[in-house]
Design a binder for this molecule. Structure first.
Ligand SMILES: [Zn+2]
Length: 148
């Protein structure tokens, strides 16, 4: 626990699922309707601060989120990234990307290259409840298979 760390203080977004070691949140990032983060619960700055088993669990969770995004949203691509330059508390970005999104094929952190599509963004937003239920269900199963 680090007092000035926002990911130690709060979830960091809309909580989708929380386990003993990590949580999944949806980030409210304008223009990106399927922007998720897998956040390690304990304060760790770097991925290599985790044990081998912890790293495995973390990446299994990232893969679960990616797989569910693919099944429910059929994105053009899923982007995975762990930067932590702004908030050095381990979190993986899992972002469903679409050929029509304002930045594609550039990273979400680059400058936009086209107008946003509110209609297409809205069409994805209505798919969120079953998507979130599926993420929670699969992560529960993941933890049951390999208890903490
Ligand atoms: Zn922290």
């Amino acid at each position: 626990m680090t007092h000035d760390c926002p990911l130690c203080r709060e979830d960091g977004g809309a909580l989708i699922w929380r386990g003993a070691r990590l949580r999944v949140i949806r980030a409210d990032e304008a223009g990106f309707p399927a922007f998720y983060r897998v956040v390690w619960n304990a304060h760790a700055a770097e991925f290599s601060d985790l044990t081998v088993a912890e790293r495995q669990h973390c990446m299994d969770a990232v893969a679960v989120v990616e797989q569910v995004l693919r099944e429910h949203l059929v994105p053009t691509k899923v982007n995975l990234a762990a930067l932590g330059n702004m908030v050095p508390h381990l979190h993986w970005h899992v972002i469903a990307r679409f050929g029509w999104d304002s930045h594609f094929p550039a990273p979400v952190w680059a400058s936009p290259i086209r107008q946003r599509s509110p209609e297409r963004e809205s069409a994805l937003e209505v798919l969120r409840p079953p998507l979130h239920a599926a993420i929670a269900h699969r992560l529960r199963k993941l933890v049951e298979r390999r208890p903490t």
